[in-house]
Structure formats: C-alpha cells, structure tokens
Design a protein around this ligand. Structure first.
Ligand code: ADP
Length: 277
C-alpha cells in the first residue's frame, strides 16, 4: 500500500508495532520493505538501535546556491539512550533532529526507526509516526494559550483520533494526561492556562504533551534555551529521570556543554559530520 488512509491504520492509542505502521505506509518496492537494523558500534552495543541516520546529506537551497549543512552523517541511537547532539550555532543540529523526526527529508542517505526506513514514508505516514512514536519539545513551548494545561497535553491525542474515537476514550486520555502532568510535577496546575505559569512549568507541560501518546523517542531541540540556569537544570533532571525510570530514549540538541553533560553520550557535530569520539 502506498498511500495511507486513516481507516487502514490502527488508532493512536493502540500499541501497534512500528512494523505494522511501516508495512502500511512504505512505498512499494525493495526500498520500502523491512530492513535489517543498521549495525552500531560503541559502548551500548548490547541495546538494539532504535533510531539511525546513515550517510545522511542535507543542503538548503538559496536561489541557485546550495548551502551544504550535513555532509555525511552516520548516527545510531540505542534503545533507552539519552544522547546529546552538540555543536556551535548553525552547525546543523536542528536540521539533523528534524531529519530524525521526519519533519524534513535528506537529500541523500537514509533514516531508520526500529530497523525500518522512515525517510521515504508518505507524508501521512510520517505524520502518524510522529504522533504515535516520537515526542518533540523545543526551546519555545508552543502551548495553545486558550487551553488549560490538561487540554494542551490532550491536544495530540485529539489530533491522533477521530472525533468519535477521542470521545469514546476521553476518560482514559484525561486520566493519562493528568497522570503525566503529575509525573512532571504539575498535578496542581491542571486547570491553569499557560499565561499563569512560569517558563519552567510551561516546558514541563510541553514535555507532558510530548509524552501523552507514550512515544518511543523524545526529540528535544534546545529544551532549556529559554530558561534560567536553575530552571534549566530542573528540566534536565526531569529528562534524566524519564530516561532512567521509563527507559525513554532521548535525543537532545544543545550548543552548551554543561547541558550536554546531563546525557549519557555526547555526539559532536563539526563541519556537517559527526566528530570521531
Ligand atoms: P543549529 O541547530 O546547529 O544552530 P541549524 O540546523 O538550525 O543549525 O542550521 C544549519 C544551517 O542551515 C544554518 O546555516 C542555517 O542558517 C541553515 N538553515 C537552516 N534551516 C534553513 C532553511 N530552511 N533554509 C535555508 N537555510 C537553512
């Protein structure tokens, strides 16, 4: 099946394997079939690779000019790892994160999730992948100002379901959203609106929103960039706790070595390539 119809897929709440989704969304032909997970090298070899970029090259076009950003990226993230991608501003960290998240596609190379190629999924397939398997947080919190914190956290579940499907499962979703807000320390703020909260509380809510669909990977782009040092450290401690206690795989982009130190492993980007460790 090439194109994706919502009726052909399991709903967001189902714990479908990614293999089912990949089978439903990949283009026909050899490129769309199952792939063996790329081999990875390194200290976490015992854990399976969950996310990988292989030979990824990306340029942006500005009129007739091609601006090379990623020259040849090979990166493997193990299940349950907390990895920081570090490098100076403009070196391509966000570009790499966007490619891993299928928000953009590489010019060359391939991206894999759980051993399946994902850079070639249909646009609808990529949307579903992000909704169900990837959570994302950014420097800005992107909360909807008119919604309460509980409603903001529920937003991805609403988007991932049909109206009827959401209505049918609304109690379960509300309970889960409430529990996640408790987990991030905001159980007392369910009915507050974003303007009534601090930056740290808004980022905690954004983390809760990213986790409501029980994603396999959390992708974080400068998640402490808008926060003071102490609050940023609290957010990093929360990410570390989610990684350890829930075995959540985290890929975090930052330009700051102190922040990167919160991760298990640091990957440095230099001139569009991963610097050898
Ligand atoms: P970082 O996250 O490391 O700061 P980015 O990945 O955001 O770097 O950007 C890498 C380079 O790509 C920068 O030179 C930036 O100006 C350029 N760039 C990023 N996005 C675009 C775009 N959509 N169009 C053109 N150039 C872009």
């Amino acid at each position: 099946m090439n194109d994706l119809t919502t009726s052909s897929l399991p709903r967001a709440s189902g714990r479908v394997s990614f293999a089912q989704l990949a089978a439903a969304t990949a283009p026909p032909g050899p490129a769309g079939g199952p792939h063996h997970a790329p081999r990875r090298a390194g200290p976490l070899d015992a854990r399976p690779t969950i996310l990988a970029a292989r030979g990824v090259i990306k340029s942006y076009r500005k009129g007739p000019l091609a601006i090379p950003v990623l020259q040849h990226i090979d990166l493997e993230i193990a299940q349950g790892e907390f990895v920081a991608v570090i490098g100076p501003s403009g070196c391509g960290k966000s570009t790499l994160l966007h490619l891993l998240a299928t928000l953009d596609v590489p010019d060359y190379g391939e991206v894999f999730f759980e051993g399946h190629r994902i850079d070639n999924l249909t646009a609808a397939g990529r949307d579903i992948l992000r909704n169900r398997y990837f959570g994302m947080i950014f420097q800005a919190y992107h909360l909807l100002p008119e919604l309460t914190m509980l409603e903001n956290v529920l937003a991805p579940a609403m988007i991932g379901e049909t109206v009827f499907g959401y209505w049918w499962k609304r109690r379960k979703y509300r309970q889960r959203a409430g529990e996640i807000l408790h987990t991030v320390g905001l159980g007392h703020r369910l009915k507050h609106k974003p303007r009534e909260l601090s930056g740290g509380e808004m980022q905690r809510t954004a983390i809760a929103r990213a986790l409501v669909a029980q994603p396999r990977v959390l992708l974080a782009d400068e998640p402490t960039g808008n926060l003071d040092k102490a609050t940023g450290e609290e957010i990093l401690a929360l990410l570390g706790r989610l990684n350890r206690e829930q075995n959540l795989t985290i890929v975090m982009v930052t330009h700051d070595h102190e922040i990167a130190a919160a991760a298990d492993r640091t990957v440095t980007l230099v001139d569009g390539r991963v610097q050898a460790a």
